[in-house]
Design a protein. Sequence first.
Length: 213
Amino acid sequence: MKALSAQGRQTEAIRYAEDCRSPWASDQDIDGLCEQILLSSGRSDKAYARYALTANRAGTYAACFRALVKKYPHRPPAAILSDLVQQTPGDEGKWFAAAKEAGLFEEAIALANRTPCDPRTLTRAGRDFAEQNPALATEAGIAALRWLVEGYGYEISSADVWAAYSNTMKAAEKVGRADEVRARIRALVDTEQPTKRFVTDIIRRELGVSAAD
């Protein structure tokens, strides 16, 4: 394939690579080589459409997004993110960090609420954006508490719950929405299963929830 490409026979090289697909060959490696051939010959639109989304899979969702934005600078980041989200149904929440990093804040919050998103990732966003974008920080924190209430997160501790709550309320106070946000959080904890009142027990006093509730 590389020999054909070096001879300027890109179409044949890609066809040869496609014919090499088998249970013993890496589809991602083949896609990456084909993408490289198309990019080197100036056919970036075709490279993106046929190979980019699979060739650039990385260790994290955010790393995959960054690689594509860098490789295809003529494509709007929002369009790339949308394509990636459509390719991974059920994993929408995992694209939150990528959307946030790209400054696509509305999309980030929408994704964080569509399917489970790591509560700690959301809590960090609430902390990091408390000053520059308290509205985003507030919604990220509420999303973190939502997934904590629903039992998501790995080895969650009381410190994680308290951080999610306190960061959310600090951001909410900055935008004058403390009472509204506290009521939303109260509504969230009211949905926590009676036999698993972990989140409720930790922030009960702050919300004015009695032990009998």
